[in-house]
Ligand binder design. Structure first.
Ligand code: CAA
Length: 313
């Protein structure tokens, strides 16, 4: 066992409670190994690793739970309005987790009051077209998220308006708390959605509803409407939302990482390719999974009536 793991174990002992173990691994410079995570999980405890590696983040909090990373937007006074610095931090954390082999899925969430109330209106109100064009304003929002190979699950409580709704829609799965509100109010500010709202919302809820929301700026979706239209896949009580989202993320992260990434890539191509090209792409990826150890393990485990142990290779 590595030295960091021993540090974590000794930090854990005094922190044990009946239902949960929270490790503030102050001396560790990395997430705990799979071995230590499994050892603790076998005791029936929940393992939650709160990284102290990210004190430089001012507007988000990051933590890991097993193979799941959780990014929490933390700009409460502005209802998580997405200013440049906040987005920079989100992108930075996403890039780190995407490159971390110990992480299999990411959960993105906000507070119970707001997932995010949109782009920061005060920050952008005096900017000019020429500078926005030259700097490709908002371009950096989508760059990192669209590059992410690991699944991202949005846990949306409260307001998801404008850029907040768009941020949720950039994720792969959206779960909502019962009081979530989805809307695209940009038209009331004299502008239009600029981070995918006109495209992703239309694909998710259909043209008529998307037009109604975007053109009025005031027709919003509550959580149950969003679910019935297919924008979100499940609705939970607000206080259970993050926990339930982490459970699904953990289920995804327990699968072979290569197959998960290929499946995500194939589903995303359903948006971009015609059916024949999409089916062709999917079949090639399916065939490619037979070059992985996880496929051999998964199918052997089925035939041998046992649980698979994926190594993500
Ligand atoms: N930008 C900057 N600040 C914001 C903000 C935003 N998008 N949303 C909320 N805030 C700030 C408020 O200004 C307020 O700050 P102060 O206390 O300093 O005044 C604080 O957050 C709390 O907000 P409210 O007092 O307004 O809270 P409320 O409960 O009365 O209303 C709300 C909540 C309905 C979400 C309301 O804040 C609101 O309408 N916000 C703006 C929503 C919006 O228009 N979003 C779209 C932005 S444009 C965009 O996102 C473009 C894009 O496509 C990327």
């Amino acid at each position: 066992m590595a030295r960091d793991d021993n540090t974590i174990l000794s930090a854990l002992k005094p922190l044990c409670t009946r239902s949960a173990v929270t490790a503030a691994a102050t001396k560790s410079t990395r997430a705990p190994s799979l071995a230590i995570y499994n050892a603790i999980r076998n005791t029936g405890y929940t393992f939650r690793y709160v990284s102290t590696e990210s004190p430089s983040y001012k507007m988000i909090k990051t933590e890991t739970q097993g193979r799941v990373a959780i990014i929490t937007l933390d700009r409460p006074k502005a209802l998580n309005a997405l200013c440049s610095e906040l987005f920079h931090e989100i992108n930075d954390a996403l890039a780190k987790f995407d490159n971390d082999g110990a992480i299999g899925a990411v959960v993105l969430t906000g507070s119970e009051r707001a997932f995010a109330a949109g782009a920061d209106i005060k920050e952008m109100k005096d900017t000019e077209f020429i500078n926005n064009y030259k700097s490709n304003f908002l371009g950096h929002w989508v760059e990192q998220i669209s590059k992410m190979r690991k699944p991202i699950l949005a846990a949306v409580n409260g307001y998801a308006l404008g850029g907040g709704c768009e941020l949720a829609m950039m994720c792969d799965i959206i779960y909502a708390g019962e009081k979530a509100v989805f809307g695209q109010p940009e038209i009331s500010l004299g502008t239009i959605p600029g981070a995918g709202g006109t495209q992703r919302l239309t694909r998710a809820v259909g043209k008529s509803k998307a037009m109604e929301m975007i053109l009025t700026g005031s027709v919003n979706l509550d959580a149950h409407e969003a679910k019935s239209l297919g924008l979100v896949s499940s609705v939970f009580p607000p206080e259970k939302l993050v926990e339930e989202t982490i459970k699904t993320a953990a289920r995804i992260a327990s699968k072979g990482a290569v197959a998960v990434q290929m499946a995500k890539e194939a589903v995303n191509h359903a948006y971009e390719l015609n059916l024949a090209s999409g089916l062709h792409f999917e079949r090639r990826l399916f065939q490619a999974t037979f070059a992985t150890k996880d496929q051999k393990e998964g199918m052997s485990a089925f035939a041998e009536k046992r649980k698979p142990t994926f190594t993500h290779e």
